[in-house]
Write a protein that binds this ligand. Structure first.
Ligand code: NOJ
Length: 548
């Protein structure tokens, strides 16, 4: 359905995050590109995803894989041209899918002409597009995010004769949002891409747009003001297109980025992600229950985005110090697995390639509140390589088949080599092999997505925990009530056994006496609910989506 007919399409959508460089190389230069991606759209449609999220595609010196933009109105030459992009967007829309792209609002590359002019002269109009200081002493309370590489948020520029402010790599100077010209330019950049047909943006590094002395320079009121301006601009000119916030913050601080439905349409729920992994190790639902109870209600048009993994390290910023140590011990026993405040590993290796746990985590991803985002390659359980630089080990080429370079490219040299180890290597783990095997992870994910799509409860319905005495069992209601008739149309009880042992749980379902729960994943009918306690035993790592 078009955005005009279904302006809140993002509430039911399944997102797929992909790195163009890693996906498919059409011109045999060793780098994935837009034409390559175009040739794989049928695959994505078959898998059942609704909206692609492309990591940065603009020209960039690639110090931070494109999050250091040197031209906001063009395509990185490795990826193709603006015409290729238009063809891609057309191909995506022709298949009934949508696409959002990353927009890096907080900073540019130090190679961007704006910065080059800014540093060259105090009289340049671009000087004030960045944040300068004669000393590195301002904004002391701001934390350092890339703490493994950077020692300060200030770097001295000998050309400028001053220090400039940066929240990420020193090659990524922050823009000065106190300058109205910067704000206007960003709005114009959004228009540029919206005119090319994108359905919205994943907005990078939102909390850091402004700096104020005496604060930690995150989530400032001025930042919210600018976001409101972006949203008003989108609503006025581009209804149906969306803004998704990357704000790695506690739920109450992220809540603020929805405003009164006048800031972001969507925001990642960062804190729930590590707690899903924690719950498995702790054999208890407690961490998940606590964080969702701490998560405020969001306004009617807003939607969470939830994910298991992405292109960055598995961030442990939104946990306590004790929980972080626990996660590192459990999931990153080797120092090389750690990066900044996180873990640079993919989903399958994090879960010891245990198919039961991988499927269970996906079953949670597709039924917890919010729209799910899959990370490319996780649908086949791709592996990683912790020995590569920075986060490159989770950005390796997509494994299509067992031919040369996993079918990713016919070039002799790739931007990164394909994973080729005994467990996760492309000869074993690839799309072709899994699509041919009905018992594969690919089919399990595909099946869950197709089932999810038949209902509205998972994307739109309210969420409520059921808390049986046994903490190893996670259970919750997802319900859909027709806004027109007020009648309850869908009611699901999701049941999950977080452990490797059978678990028994009892529920009070007497309100539903006479109904026969059916697991919509396999069509199995469960015993009809009676007037007494409903008891069941769940197999190890079992998950059930019971429709009542
Ligand atoms: C968040 C992105 O996800 C990450 O990859 C990037 O390094 C930083 N923002 C800086 O842009």
């Amino acid at each position: 359905m078009s955005a005009e007919l279904n302006p809140t399409w993002y509430k039911d959508a399944v997102f797929y995050e992909l790195y163009v460089r890693a996906f498919k190389d059409a011109n045999a230069d060793g780098h994935g590109d837009l034409r390559g991606l175009l040739s794989k759209l049928d695959y994505l449609q078959d898998l059942g995803v609704d909206c692609l999220w492309l990591l940065p595609i603009c020209p960039s010196p690639l110090v931070d894989d494109g999050y250091d933009v040197s031209d906001y109105r063009n395509i990185h030459p490795d990826y193709g041209t603006l015409d290729d992009f238009k063809a891609l967007v057309e191909g995506i829309h022709a298949r009934g899918m949508r696409v959002i792209i990353d927009v890096v609002v907080n900073h540019t590359s130090d190679q961007h002409p704006w910065f080059q002019q800014a540093r060259a002269s105090k009289d340049s109009p671009y000087r004030d597009w960045y944040v300068w200081s004669d000393t590195p002493d301002r904004y002391k309370e701001a934390r350092i995010i890339f703490k493994d590489t950077e020692t300060s948020n200030w770097t001295f520029d000998p050309v400028a004769g001053q220090y400039y402010w940066h929240r990420f790599y020193s090659q990524q100077p922050d823009l000065n949002y106190d300058n109205p010209a910067v704000q206007q330019e960003m709005l114009d950049i959004l228009d540029f891409w919206l005119e090319l047909g994108v359905d919205g943006f994943r907005v990078d590094a939102v909390p850091y747009l402004f700096e104020r002395e005496g604060t930690n320079c995150e989530n400032l009121p001025e930042t919210h003001q600018f976001v409101k301006r972006m949203r008003a601009h989108m609503d006025a000119r581009w209804p149906g297109r969306i803004l998704l916030a990357e704000a790695n913050q506690w739920p109450e601080d992220v809540r603020a980025y929805f405003g009164d439905d006048d800031e972001f349409h969507m925001a990642f729920h960062f804190p729930i992600m590590p707690r899903l992994f924690m719950a498995l190790k702790q054999r208890s639902r407690r961490a998940i229950v606590d964080i969702l109870r701490r998560t405020p209600e969001i306004p009617p048009l807003a939607q969470w985005c939830i994910f298991l993994r992405n292109h960055d390290e598995l961030t442990l910023e939104m946990v306590t110090e004790e929980e972080r140590q626990y996660m590192w011990e459990q999931y990153a026993p080797e120092p090389r697995m750690r990066l900044n405040l996180g873990i640079r590993r993919r989903l399958a290796p994090l879960l010891d390639n245990d198919q039961r746990r991988i499927r269970l985590m996906n079953a949670l991803l597709f039924t917890l509140p919010g729209s799910p985002i899959l990370y490319y390659g996780d649908e086949i359980g791709m592996g990683d390589d912790i020995w590569r630089h920075d986060r490159n080990g989770v950005r390796t080429p997509m494994q299509w088949d067992d031919s040369k370079n996993a079918g990713f490219s016919t070039a002799d040299r790739l931007y990164e080599s394909v994973i080729d180890d005994d467990v996760y290597g492309y000869r074993r783990v690839n799309v072709a092999r899994q699509r041919a095997d009905p018992n594969s992870l690919w089919h399990a994910v595909h099946h869950m997505l197709s089932v999810r799509k038949r209902y509205r409860a998972f994307g739109r319905g309210p969420f409520e925990f059921v808390l049986p005495e046994n903490e190893a069992v996670l259970a919750y209601w997802r319900v859909w009530t027709s806004p027109q008739t007020g009648a309850e149309e869908e009611r699901f009880l999701v049941l999950v056994n977080l452990t490797d042992q059978p678990q028994t749980a009892s529920f009070d379902l007497t309100d539903y006496a006479g109904r026969t729960p059916v697991d919509v994943l396999n069509g199995e009918a469960w015993p009809t609910v009676g007037h007494t306690t409903y008891s069941c035993t769940l197999a190890p790592y079992a998950y059930h989506w019971l429709q009542l």
